[in-house]
Design a protein around this ligand. Structure first.
Ligand code: IPD
Ligand code: CA
Ligand code: CA
Length: 268
């Protein structure tokens, strides 16, 4: 199926940034022993990838605004359109030489996400979706998983870490979900977690304390793959709200029920 002009622009930007990240990823291991340490190198790789995405997107749509992790908000003359970009999602994986990271690019039109691209260059996996047009992995249509019961469901999540998130609350949630499901994975790149739900690899995903660029493209992928997407309490999703619960219809519901049980236990 030929890609739309819009998805072509987004894909080209993601792939060009991907080539830059791939080169830098190859260097990361050599740097574990360098003087400055690999963290500076990775933040440089991150900035370079963002610059490439910025140049590509603004070259093809000069009037549109952007919200980018490193650069922040860039207002455009056209107030209806805004790109939402994470040039490197999965920074900690990248730093540790784990090939689970991605570039995430979404287009917001009048406050709604209408197109999304998530690209993992290390695995050469390109996920794309446009509102109403379905979701694709390397141009093959993808659907959320068809599994229905909690005991066979594999969930993804994000574990809070040093200086981030509500650790005590997460422990209630993981205790609840791990005791009822086939397992929980922490992949380390929220945009890819969402792509994995869209591709039916994970049956559902939840995470709190996220940012718009973690959620924007991936949430559209899940929806366009036939999934349900809400906030963690089951209420209407908002990509600016910093949290998500998603999955196919029955397992999304089961997941939200488990999170409610965890919340009740926390409050008791
Ligand atoms: C992070 C990843 C991770 C999530 C963190 C995010 P970054 O993004 O998506 O999976 O748990 O909360 O900050 O920092 O690698 O772009
Ligand atoms: Ca990032
Ligand atoms: Ca991120």
């Amino acid at each position: 199926m030929p890609r739309s002009a819009l998805l072509n622009v987004m894909t080209q930007a993601a792939m060009k940034a991907g080539r830059s990240l791939t080169r830098d990823f190859g260097e990361v291991q050599n740097l574990q022993v360098s003087m400055k340490g690999p963290a500076d190198f990775v933040s440089n790789a991150d900035r370079k990838a963002e610059e490439i995405v910025f140049q590509e997107l603004t070259r093809s749509r000069p009037d549109w605004g952007l919200l980018m992790e490193e650069r922040g908000e860039v207002t455009g003359a056209d107030e209806r359109h805004r790109w939402i970009v994470d040039p490197l999602d999965g920074t900690t994986n990248f730093l540790h030489g784990i090939p689970v990271f991605a570039i995430s690019i979404a287009l917001e039109r009048d406050g709604e996400i209408v197109a999304g691209v998530v690209f993992n260059p290390a695995m050469d996996e390109l996920y794309t979706a446009e509102k109403g047009g379905g979701a694709f992995l390397n141009d093959r249509r993808i659907r959320v998983a068809s599994r229905k019961s909690l005991p066979e469901a594999l969930f993804g999540t994000g574990i809070p870490f040093l200086g981030k998130g509500d650790h005590a609350r997460f422990l209630y949630e993981i205790r609840q979900v791990m005791g009822e499901s086939a397992g929980v994975r922490r992949m380390g790149a929220a945009a890819l977690d969402l792509a994995y739900v869209a591709a039916g690899r994970l049956d559902g995903f939840w995470e709190r304390d996220l940012l718009p660029w973690d959620l924007a493209a991936g949430s559209l992928l899940v929806r366009e793959a036939g999934g349900f997407v809400t906030l963690t309490d089951g209420s209407k999703f908002d990509h600016m709200a910093g949290e998500i619960a998603c999955g196919n219809e029955p397992l999304h519901k089961a997941l939200v029920d488990q999170l409610k049980k965890a919340e009740a236990a926390r409050r008791s």
